[in-house]
Design a protein around this ligand. Structure first.
Ligand code: MEV
Length: 316
């Protein structure tokens, strides 16, 4: 039986979530939790594909049809193995889109597609899922590593893979701490920032410019390995996200509780009513922070960077 499997990593946003929807830059990192999608020929009694799988299949088939690529009409089946926490700001949907697009393109064309190609179709799928995404999440998932991303217009996106890896001084001190699944979807959170923007465009513009500055300083801190500046930017970024209205009570309470252990920020869309997704937490002393989190039964994950992005796991 023919099988094609692609895997794509989760992402964290070090700085620039929400602002990136307004043309500001964001700094992202691919991290080592993956979603893998396997394509095979469907069996006769297989149930129809779930809607999100059908959407990606349609995106890929439509793109190939436009290019007049010969397309087999044999039905396919997708199986998904996902190790990325869902709906908590780590880009599970973007990783699914990237892996599914990669596997389906390979299935129909018989060869490995480029990352650029996977990324542009994963972005179309993400638009079906989230309405008006910036494209930052799928880009980080496709390329992996440290990505500086900016969408000026639909036709002008700057994707710079920073040649630096995230230095160990930062990677070893970063943890992801779960504050619970947000009630709101990413689309809802993007909408709530849009409402804020419409009711106070000038104030919101000022805030977005502050986030932009913060993102740029964070890039400098990473490149120069300036640990103090890095921590300052994380903290400042969190203050701006708070002002933007995307930090739930659960997330800010957790940061207050952990204030003696370091600084942190929401990563991803955030939340309002209940959980705030994962916090990106920069510890002063990692062992002491982990001991505290364990003794209080607070779930957390290490940050391990993924430098590969979407890739083919098997084609047999
Ligand atoms: C979600 O991970 C990041 C947001 O900036 C939305 C987007 O970029 O599309 C909140």
């Amino acid at each position: 039986m023919r099988l094609v499997t692609y895997a794509a990593p989760a992402k964290i946003i070090l700085s620039g979530e929400h602002a990136v929807v307004y043309g500001k830059p964001a700094l992202l990192l691919g991290i080592g939790y993956h979603c893998a999608v396997t394509v095979s020929a469907a069996k006769r009694l297989d149930a129809p594909l779930p809607p999100h799988e059908q959407i990606v299949l349609d995106v890929v088939r439509n793109a190939l049809k436009k290019e007049k690529h010969p397309l087999s009409s044999e039905p396919v089946s997708l199986s998904v193995e996902n190790a990325i926490p869902i709906g908590r700001g780590l880009g599970s949907s973007a990783a699914f889109s990237a892996a599914a697009v990669g596997a389906l393109l390979h299935w129909y064309t018989g060869k490995e597609p480029s990352k650029d190609r996977i990324n542009s179709l994963a972005y179309i799928a993400e638009k079906h899922f989230h309405g008006n995404p910036s494209g930052a999440d799928n880009t980080a998932s496709c390329y992996g590593g440290l990505i500086y991303y900016r969408k000026e217009f639909e036709f002008l996106k700057t994707i710079s893979a920073l040649n630096a890896k995230l230095p160990a001084v930062f990677e070893n001190r970063l943890l992801l701490i779960d504050t619970g699944r947000p009630e709101e979807s990413t689309a809802k959170m993007v909408q709530s920032v849009a409402q804020r923007y419409n009711s106070d465009p000038q104030g919101s513009d000022r805030l977005l410019s502050k986030i932009e500055k913060c993102t740029k300083r964070l890039v400098v801190s990473v490149v120069t390995e300036d640990a103090e500046l890095f921590g300052k930017c994380i903290q400042e970024n969190q203050e701006h996200l708070q002002a933007l209205g995307v930090v739930s009570k659960a997330a800010s309470a957790m940061l207050t509780q952990l204030a003696g252990y370091g600084v942190g920020k929401v990563t991803g869309a955030g939340g309002k009513a209940s959980g705030g997704g994962y916090l990106l937490f920069y510890c002063t002393d990692r062992a002491a922070t982990e001991a505290y989190l364990r003794s209080h039964s607070l779930p957390f994950l290490p940050v391990v960077q993924d430098i590969h992005g979407v890739h083919c796991r098997q084609s047999v």
